[in-house]
Design a protein around this ligand. Structure first.
Ligand code: ATP
Ligand code: MG
Length: 444
C-alpha cells in the first residue's frame, strides 16, 4: 500500500512519541480496492494534546473536533485528520453520541466504525481487519460492524451511508444490514437536511445508483416523500414495461454520472401520480407532469437545502424533459440562445436516458432519433459559435444611431430583436454591413 510521504512523516512523528498511529477507514478501503484515496485519516493512541505536542514545531495544527479527539495536522502535503482511539457513549438522539471515551486499543476504535469495509487500519505489521472487511471488499458487500439494528439505532445517518457506499462502490448491502436499515428508516427524520443531501448527492453519482435506488425506494421516500406514490405505480401504458419507480431508477442508471442530469432524472417524473388520468381506452397519461414536476423539484431541493445552483441546473431539465425538440437549425439556435450549451447538453442526456428507460416501442425509437438529430445540430451550432443571442449580434444600438436609422427607444429594441431573428433564420449574415443594410430597408 502506497502511503504518501507526508502521512508517513506524521505517522513516524507519532510513533517516535511512543504512540500507536495508523491510517484508518476510507483510505485503507480505497487503497485495497486499487483506488487513490481522497484523504488519509489517521487514528492514534495519543490524546489530542499529545498529538499536538508530536506535531510541533514542524507542523501547525487545528482543533477540528478536539472534544471528540480530532486534531487536523497541516502538513506540507495537505491536512491530515488525526483522531484518538475512542468509543462512543449513548445516542439518545439517533444521530450524535452523547459523549466519547478515549481508549488505548485500536480494535475498540475499529469496532465503533460503521461498516466492515470502513473498519480497517494499516498498522506497522500490516492490515488490521478484525471484522472481515477484506472479505467483504472481495464479496462486494456493505455490512455493519456488529449488530446492524443497534448500529442504525445509534446513528440514522448510517442508513444513508450504507446506500451511498453501495452505490459508489457498486456493492450490494448485505441482507441483514439492509433489513435493519429498512426497519430503522423512520429514524431518518433525525438526520439534518444538509447531511441527507450530501449522502444522496454522492449516492446519485455512483455507478450503482440506479440499482440501489430501485431496491431502496421505500427508504428514500422517508427523505423525499414524493417518491412514495411512485413505488409500484402502474403507468398503464404500452410505452412502459415497468412501474414508475423502476422507470425512474432505470433512467438514473442509464444516464452519465453528471450531477444535474442524475438529479433531474431522479425528480423528472415524481409528479406523475398526481397528474395521472386514464383515457377512454384505459391507457394512462400524465398531462402537465413536467411543469408540476419542475415545481416539485424546486420544493424537494429546497427541503433538502440543496445549493441554489443545483436547482438552477435541474429545473429546466425537469421542465423540458418531455417537450419535443426542434429539428431544424433555426429552432435549435433558439433553444441554444435561451438555455446555453451546457444546459442543452444535460437536457440531451436526460431525454436519452428517459427514453431508453421506456419500452422498446416505435414512438420511443422515433423520439430517440429526434434527440440524435437535435444533438447533432446543436453541437454544430455551438462549435460554429452561431449567433443566437443579442450580445453576439454584429449590430449594436449605437450602430443604428450613428447610421441615423433610429434613436434609442422601443423601436430600437424591436429592430435589434428582429435583426437577431433574421440571423437565426439564416436570412441575413451576422455581419455589420449586412445587418445595417437590412435595418435601413425596414419600414419605420
Ligand atoms: P469518503 O471520505 O470517501 O466518503 P470515508 O470512509 O473516508 O469515505 P468519512 O465520512 O470520511 O468516510 O469517514 C471516515 C471513517 O470514519 C469511515 O471510514 C468510518 O470508519 C468512520 N465513520 C464515518 N462516519 C461514521 C458514522 N456515521 N458511524 C460510524 N463510523 C463512521
Ligand atoms: Mg474520508
Amino acid at each position: 500500500m502506497e502511503v504518501p510521504a507526508h502521512v508517513q512523516q506524521l505517522l513516524a512523528a507519532l510513533r517516535a512519541g511512543g504512540f500507536v498511529a495508523c491510517p484508518v477507514g476510507g483510505c485503507v478501503r480505497d487503497s485495497l480496492l486499487g483506488r487513490v484515496p481522497g484523504d488519509w485519516d489517521v487514528c492514534t493512541s495519543a490524546r489530542p494534546e499529545q498529538v499536538k505536542a508530536c506535531a510541533a514545531p514542524r507542523w501547525r495544527t487545528a482543533d477540528t473536533g478536539i472534544a471528540h479527539g480530532t486534531v487536523t495536522v497541516l502538513t506540507a502535503g495537505g491536512p491530515v485528520e488525526v483522531t484518538t482511539f475512542r468509543v462512543e457513549g449513548g445516542y439518545s438522539d439517533h444521530r450524535r453520541p452523547d459523549g466519547v471515551r478515549f481508549v488505548a486499543d485500536l480494535k475498540e476504535d475499529l469496532a465503533r466504525r460503521d461498516f466492515t469495509v470502513n473498519a480497517m487500519a494499516l498498522d506497522e505489521g500490516g492490515i488490521v481487519d478484525p471484522f472481515g472487511g477484506r472479505a467483504d471488499l472481495q464479496a462486494k458487500v456493505i455490512r455493519c460492524v456488529g449488530e446492524p439494528a443497534a448500529r442504525f439505532e445509534e446513528d440514522a445517518l448510517r442508513i444513508l451511508r450504507a446506500l451511498r457506499f453501495a452505490a459508489c462502490l457498486d456493492f450490494s448491502v448485505e441482507p441483514a444490514t439492509l433489513a435493519a436499515a429498512r426497519a430503522a428508516a423512520p429514524t431518518l427524520c433525525r438526520v439534518s437536511a444538509e447531511r441527507v443531501f450530501t449522502e444522496l448527492d454522492k449516492l446519485l453519482l455512483g455507478p450503482g445508483a440506479g440499482r440501489v435506488l430501485a431496491e431502496c425506494g421505500d427508504i428514500l421516500a422517508r427523505d423525499i416523500p414524493a417518491v412514495g406514490p411512485c413505488l409500484e405505480f402502474d403507468l398503464r401504458s404500452p410505452r412502459h414495461d415497468r412501474d414508475l419507480w423502476d422507470h425512474i431508477t432505470r433512467a438514473v442508471a442509464l444516464a452519465p454520472p453528471r450531477r444535474n442530469v442524475r438529479w433531474a432524472l431522479l425528480l423528472h417524473d415524481l409528479a406523475k401520480p398526481d397528474c395521472f388520468v386514464l383515457d377512454r381506452e384505459g391507457f394512462g397519461h400524465a398531462p402537465g407532469h413536467a411543469a408540476r414536476g419542475a415545481a416539485l423539484a424546486k420544493q424537494v431541493l429546497a427541503d433538502l437545502k440543496a445549493p441554489g445552483r443545483l436547482l438552477q441546473g435541474v429545473q429546466p431539465l425537469v421542465r423540458w424533459h418531455d417537450t419535443p425538440l426542434p429539428q431544424d437549425t433555426p429552432g435549435v439556435r433558439r433553444w441554444l440562445g435561451r438555455w446555453g450549451w451546457p444546459t442543452l447538453e444535460d437536457l440531451i442526456a436526460v431525454k436519452r436516458a428517459d427514453l431508453l428507460a421506456h419500452a422498446d416501442a416505435p414512438v420511443i425509437r422515433r423520439r430517440l432519433e429526434e434527440v440524435a438529430r437535435f444533438e447533432r445540430l446543436a453541437r454544430e451550432a455551438h462549435r460554429r459559435d452561431d449567433c443566437v443571442r443579442l450580445d453576439q449580434l454584429a449590430l449594436k444600438g449605437s450602430d443604428l444611431m450613428n447610421a441615423g436609422v433610429c434613436r434609442a427607444g422601443p423601436r430600437m429594441g424591436r429592430l435589434l430583436g428582429a435583426a437577431l431573428n433574421e440571423v437565426i433564420e439564416g436570412r441575413v449574415e451576422n455581419h455589420p454591413a449586412a445587418l445595417l443594410a437590412w435595418a435601413r430597408q425596414q419600414k419605420r
